[in-house]
Design a protein. Sequence first.
Length: 107
Amino acid sequence: MNTAGTIDRPLTNDPQKQAPMKPSTDEPAGSATQDFTTTGAKDSRQNRTREMQLIPEAMARAHMHERLQEAERERPAVRLVTARRMQRRAERASRRARRALAMAVMQ
C-alpha cells in the first residue's frame, strides 16, 4: 500500500526530500509573504538538532540539581533525628549508671 505522507507523518524526515508546499487556492495570489532563500536553512536545522539532542542532558542536570537541593533541605532533619536518638541512648545509660550506683551504695 503506497499512501502519501501527511504533515504529521511525512514519508521522509528529510525536509529537502519532502514535496514542496503548494500555494493555497483560498488566498488571492500575492497575499502571502514572498518566499525567502534558504541559504542558512541547513545550518539552522543542524543547530536545532544539536539543541534537541542536548535537551535530555539539560533535563538530567536540572533533575540532579533539584535532588541535591532536596537532600540539603533534608540534612538538618536527619541530624535532628540522630541527635534525639543519641540523647535517648545517653539518658538510658545515665539511668543505668544511677541504678548501678544506688545498688552499690545499698549493699
